[in-house]
Design a protein. Structure first.
Lengths: 261, 353
């Protein structure tokens, strides 16, 4: 009850013409949901956000999975603890602090630009700030710990003797990875991907701060409805459409993923 | 949960929150304003408290809509609220603010006649808002990027500044800026297509959309931008307070002007304290200190502006009759217009992705 009450209030709002708080007369309507389909802009943005979610998830797998493997299977004892702490540390810091620190690194004349120019013999100009790659970098940095953690847990649970058995039966390292390690750690990968994909699709803070004029996404439009024009009903309706789309994607993907797992 | 339980729960919550709201003490003045906008300056609060014995309790809002909702949902909590003149009408119509007895405000007599008599603040001969400060949404430049300041709004479209132009992420401001660039009246935009076309051609120039004063100042400090829309008070603050190479340009095509005023909500617990606070806010002494220490927009009180040094920006530039001729004051906007502006603005932002 305590979990669903606030959310169900939002479902209720999404069918209203006016917010009851505003003191104006209100009625029930489907207009807020119709608004999504009447303008192509919402669909364009939703697709852009889904693409962003996929790209960020992919990068998190590319970076997070090997890191988790090294943590679980290569490092032992103290060094594992130290690296583990380093992975988790950004996770504990405030999201805004993380984003603004990236802003310092990525901008022209920023830390990355200055450092590279100091080392390289030729002059290069790095200005990643206010661009799509900046949004990806910021989001991957924020969400990669989820992937490392979930994959680490499943990788650690794999019995080393299984890997040894595979090797002794003549499998190459690549075959062991493909036939033993990846299938056994699939639940971790899937859980990590779902944990990352869903919030990234709705993200608004990172695109707004790091994205510049390319930083308009589905999440920022929802934020505008809540904050700028105070149109909670439309904002809520847009959020629930996103929720529905995400649920459909997860539902369609789950049999495939379950078979893979 | 059965229905009666739910009703009881909601009633209990409502009673509880209103009990909290009414806990305001008689000698406290509850002020609702933007954060960092004069009324919450510690030295000002201290001076006012010492002079009148009233304790100031500040609360803040992040948008006009939020401000209206705060007064609506907390009747009796606030004594003074700062309302942009363009929203005064809406607040009065919603019976959120009460008429002010200006005879209790000695400084009211010094407020410039055109501001005090503004039809946006005076309804049926009753004063619903005391003009406080006014300012412009004009252009500001990074002095390092210009040998001499530009005079035309067209500078924003100059290919030389591609990727070094900023504009505020605000639909109303952007559309009104487009209206000025196409030579239209900001309060009566006849040719919306022209505004859209003009803004569409501006979008590729843009580096980012700023939302706070801090964004703007940071970008100038790290020399990332040349020119952009900015508020007059903020440009002044950037120069005097933060020592940044920023100067304001009021383009020949004109600029958007706004007027901020203080009102007293219906049901205010401490009307006498509210009157004293408003009177203090329009006092020349407070104003001069605010401009010198922090940087501020232009006071509506003529005596306060005259108390500034001859060459002060708020007196020399903003008081220039030539500037006065070019500017257009923002009039109230309907909710339907606001939604339409937002739809246009979002479309522009999506098209440029």
């Amino acid at each position: 009850m305590a979990i669903f009450l606030p959310l169900s209030a939002m479902v209720f709002f999404s069918f209203m013409t006016e917010l009851p708080l505003s003191g104006k007369p209100w009625a029930f309507t489907l207009g807020n949901y119709a608004a999504f389909f009447s303008q192509s802009l919402y669909l364009t943005l939703l697709l852009a956000s889904l693409r962003l979610g996929l790209e960020v998830t992919l990068w998190c797998v590319v970076i997070g999975y090997p890191a988790a493997y090294v943590l679980a299977k290569v490092l032992k004892g103290r060094s594992r603890e130290a690296i583990f702490l380093l992975v988790i540390l950004p996770f504990w810091s405030n999201g805004l602090v993380r984003i603004f620190s990236w802003a310092m690194v990525l901008r022209e004349g920023g830390i990355l630009d200055t450092a590279l120019n100091a080392v390289l013999p030729f002059k290069i100009n790095i200005d990643l700030m206010y661009s799509y790659p900046a949004v990806i970098i910021g989001l991957v940095h924020s969400y990669v710990p989820y992937m490392v953690l979930t994959c680490y847990l499943t990788l650690q649970a794999i019995d080393d003797s299984l890997i040894e058995a595979g090797r002794s039966l003549g499998a190459s390292r690549l075959q062991v990875l493909k036939r033993v390690i990846i299938p056994l750690s699939m639940p971790g990968l899937v859980a990590g991907a779902a944990l990352i994909f869903v919030p990234v699709v709705g993200s608004f803070m990172e695109p707004r701060i790091l994205g510049g004029r390319t930083g308009t996404f589905y999440g920022t439009v929802i934020e505008d409805q809540f904050v700028a024009v105070f149109n909670w009903p439309l904002g809520a309706a847009l959020s629930f459409i996103l929720l529905a789309v995400v649920l459909v994607i997860l539902a369609v993907a789950s049999p495939v993923l379950r078979r893979a797992a | 949960m059965r229905m009666p339980d739910l009703t009881a729960l909601l009633t209990a919550t409502a009673v509880f929150t209103s009990a909290l709201a009414f806990a305001a003490k008689a000698d406290e003045v509850h002020v609702l304003n933007w954060k960092g906008y004069g009324a919450d300056e510690p030295w000002a609060v201290e001076a006012f408290e010492k002079a009148t014995g009233n304790k100031v309790v500040n609360d803040f809002f992040n948008s006009e809509q939020e401000m209206l909702t705060k007064i609506r949902t907390n009747p009796g909590l606030y004594d003074v609220v700062m309302i942009n003149a363009a929203f005064n009408d809406q607040a009065m119509a919603g019976k959120l603010i009460q008429p002010i007895d200006t005879s209790k405000l000695p400084n009211y007599a010094d407020i410039s006649k055109d501001k005090a008599g503004s039809p946006m603040l005076v309804h049926d001969g009753k004063v619903y808002g005391v003009p406080w400060v006014w300012g412009l949404t004009a252009l500001a430049i990074n002095e390092k990027s210009f040998d001499k300041p530009p005079t035309s709004i067209a500078e924003m479209w100059d290919a030389a500044h591609k990727g070094r132009v900023v504009i505020r992420d605000d639909a109303v401001e952007a559309v009104q800026f487009g209206a000025i660039a196409t030579g239209q009246n900001i309060n009566d935009i006849k040719d919306m297509d022209a505004v859209k076309a003009k803004l569409t051609s501006l979008m590729p120039q843009i580096k980012t959309f700023w939302s706070s004063e801090n964004d703007w100042n940071q970008m100038v400090a790290s020399n990332q931008i040349d020119i952009g829309t900015y508020w007059s008070g903020s440009a002044d603050r950037a120069k005097t307070h933060f020592k940044l190479p920023v100067s304001l340009v009021v383009p020949q095509e004109g600029a958007v002007a706004w007027l901020d005023a203080f009102s007293i909500p219906v049901g205010a617990k401490n009307v006498a304290g509210a009157e004293a606070f408003i009177n203090y806010m329009i006092d020349p002494k407070f104003y001069v200190e605010w401009v010198t220490k922090v940087g501020a927009p232009v006071s509506a009180n003529t005596k306060a502006v005259e108390a500034l040094p001859e060459d002060a920006f708020n007196r020399k530039v903003m008081g220039d009759p030539e500037v006065a001729k070019r500017i257009q004051f923002q009039a109230p906007i309907t909710d339907a217009q606001r939604e339409a502006y937002l739809a246009l603005w979002q479309q522009l932002k999506v098209d440029v992705k």
